[in-house]
Design a protein around this ligand. Structure first.
Ligand code: C2E
Ligand code: MG
Ligand code: MG
Length: 345
């Protein structure tokens, strides 16, 4: 009897509070004192969730959200958040045919050598234009692709586009140029990944030295020994390993040597504070120097930032000030212009 139950049972928040109070008491285990942390996700059924699947998915998301807080915490999903989960599910199924339906394409964001001012490389970034939704931001669909396992095929497709582009650049006499693709943590836990990369480069008959793999720092932190071996294998194949979004995760210093990295990309959030808080970038540059790593500054948007980075002898810069991500045709135009400028110097 619902009415009786609702009066007999305390609501979810009260249960959480009671549990948190009990669990915050230290537990004695032999001579050890153990302190527990409590996180709970709450989702109301049928008020917010429509079915059991939504209830389970939503509750586990709410719990993951609660886990991000220090100490005891419970998190309740509201209607809006559940709406977002529904949209995620829809995007996940739409994403399955996005490549075959030619809704995806890649863009290239040039990276400039801060001493010479010339373009030396570019980052390859995926774009998804859905006929009904419009442009879906990568920050929205990449996590969905990671959770659903689609990221492996997507990133391999991105690498293939990069290979095709590199072949065309070489045919136009553009040499000494590199392309870097992004890899997610999922790739690094797939033991087949380095071999897939190697065979793709062979298929297009391209030197691995022309390619870099950007691995996000948060993915590295979660890496196990197998994944570290894979980063090593990529290096042995001849690719450059770049640590993306440096400063946002918690890379231990040992990773900087163990992982055979070639470059660090300073996260945009540090470049944004460059003028007010230069010490952070200074220390990253010192650290990189000690480990003989090349440094790329991400998200350079102002001329002041650019000048400071030049003074500080940062190696490369990428950002809207220099160029937004562009399609292949525009990239080729930029490169040809840059080569001409270099020749007339
Ligand atoms: P990321 O690898 O750190 O890429 C840099 C992001 O910063 C790109 O966003 C780029 O457009 C943006 N950006 C560059 N310069 C500026 C600037 O001056 N100001 C601002 N505000 N933003 C700037 P995008 O393309 O939206 O990509 C977001 C993230 O999605 C990427 O971050 C990367 O983690 C992921 N991603 C993109 N393409 C791929 C892909 O093909 N595979 C995988 N696994 N992840 C990808
Ligand atoms: Mg990147
Ligand atoms: Mg980045």
């Amino acid at each position: 009897n619902n009415a009786e139950l609702s009066t007999a049972l305390p609501d979810a928040e009260t249960i959480c509070e009671q549990l948190a109070a009990r669990l915050s008491q230290p537990v004695m285990l032999g001579s050890y004192t153990i302190k527990l942390r409590f996180s709970a996700g709450i989702l109301r059924f049928p008020d917010v969730a429509n079915n059991v699947e939504e209830l389970m998915e939503g509750a586990s998301r709410a719990r993951r959200q609660a886990c991000r807080y220090q100490g005891n915490y419970s998190h309740q999903l509201n209607n809006e958040m559940v709406q977002l989960i529904r949209e995620d599910k829809w995007l996940e199924s739409e994403l399955r045919q996005a490549i075959t339906k030619r809704q995806c394409f890649v863009v290239y964001q040039p990276q400039y050598d801060l001493q010479t001012g010339h373009i030396v490389s570019a980052e390859v970034l995926i774009r998804w234009r859905h006929p009904a939704y419009g442009m879906v931001p990568p920050d929205r669909f990449i996590p969905i692709a990671e959770r659903s396992g689609q990221i492996l095929d997507i990133d391999l497709w991105v690498l293939e586009q990069a290979c095709i582009c590199m072949g065309r650049l070489m045919a136009k006499g553009i040499i000494d140029f590199r392309l870097a693709v992004n890899a997610s943590g999922t790739e690094l836990s797939n033991p087949l990944y380095p071999e897939q990369v190697r065979s793709m480069l062979r298929r297009y008959d391209l030197p691995p030295q022309r390619f870099g793999i950007e691995i996000t720092e948060t993915a590295i932190v979660e890496l196990d020994e197998v994944a570290k071996m894979m980063v090593k294998t990529l290096k042995e194949i001849g690719l450059e390993n770049e640590l993306d979004d440096f400063g946002t995760g918690y890379t231990s210093l040992s990773h900087l040597t163990n992982l055979q990295l070639d470059a660090l990309k300073i996260d945009r959030s540090y470049i944004m504070q460059l003028e007010t808080n230069p010490k952070l970038v200074d220390s990253i540059l010192q650290l990189a120097d000690a480990f003989s790593l090349r440094v790329v500054a991400e998200g350079v948007e102002t001329i002041e930032q650019l000048k400071l980075l030049q003074q500080k002898r940062c190696h490369l810069a990428q950002g809207y000030l220099l160029s937004k991500p562009v399609e292949e045709e525009a990239l080729i135009a930029l490169l040809l212009e840059d080569i001409q400028a270099a020749q007339s110097e």
